[in-house]
Design a protein around this ligand. Structure first.
Ligand code: MF3
Ligand code: CO
Length: 250
């Protein structure tokens, strides 16, 4: 399948999907606290999506069982919400949410501190990861190529002393959750398409405090750092337009 560019009308629809995703994440952020379980977040997300008239994008996707991914501490992405996973003060939790509204997908993630006090090291990990996302977004311009995005993310992250995950990448998004192209968070030697007007990309840096290597737990979903170090994740959907990058999930 080739890369599908979107018309301004389609991008407007994706802005609506993106708005819903943001409203869900804004709500979940207020709920994150010590003693809350990741299943509490799942239930709240499911209800909020219903209220806003959107369908969850993740549930059932390759048999994924939930509407959210909740990845705590050394979990990078695709953590499965569980009644047994209680958030503790000092944890960090990545909350990743996708919806489909009127046929168009939205997908975004934030990483949130649990409680008011996380260590300065973790604070920095969160700041650098979020900032690296904006460095990448800044490169989502007509005439640049996909690896300019990953290159900017990687450069910023590595200059701060952290590492970018290689095994999981961002993606095109539109009438499917995952479309071409892949959007690595590093300057990869793989396919490197030029960015054209109307492309919509989910840019999602995953940044490890320690080494970049990953492994997947026996639940077949949860990706964790191989060295057990903390990991953070932020994601936005971004349209490439004549006026520059437009964030659809803000
Ligand atoms: N934001 C992630 C992604 O775009 C979440 C996908 S979870 C899945 O890949 F269950 F839907 F696969
Ligand atoms: Co995504």
């Amino acid at each position: 399948m080739a890369i599908v560019c979107k018309s301004p009308a389609e991008i407007e629809k994706m802005r609506q999907s993106g708005r819903v995703v943001r409203q869900v994440l804004d709500h979940l952020r207020t709920l994150v606290a010590p003693g809350v379980t990741t299943m509490d977040l799942e239930r709240a997300a499911e209800q909020k999506m219903k209220d806003l008239g959107a369908k969850p994008a993740f549930k059932g996707y390759f048999d994924y069982p939930c509407v959210l991914c909740t990845s705590v501490n050394e979990e990078i992405v695709h953590g499965i919400p569980s009644e047994k996973r209680t958030l503790n003060a000092g944890d960090i939790v990545s909350v990743d949410c996708g919806v489909v509204l009127d046929g168009y997908y939205g997908d975004a993630a934030i990483t949130v501190p649990v409680g008011d006090e996380i260590t300065p090291e973790l604070r920095k990990l969160l700041e650098v990861t979020e900032q690296s996302l904006y460095r990448g977004i800044e490169k989502a311009r007509i005439g640049n190529s996909v690896s300019d995005i990953g290159g900017a993310v990687q450069e910023y992250v590595e200059a701060a002393g952290f590492s970018v995950v290689r095994e999981f990448v961002g993606h095109g998004i539109g009438t499917k959750l995952h479309e071409e192209p892949q959007v690595p968070n590093y300057r990869s030697g793989g396919p490197n398409p030029r960015l054209r007007e109307g492309m919509v990309l989910a840019i999602e840096p995953m940044v490890n405090y320690g080494k970049p290597e990953t492994r997947v737990l026996s639940d077949k979903w949860t990706a964790v750092t191989a060295d057990g170090s903390y990991s953070a994740h932020f994601e936005h959907c971004v349209a490439v337009t004549r006026d520059g990058p437009v964030i659809l999930t803000e």
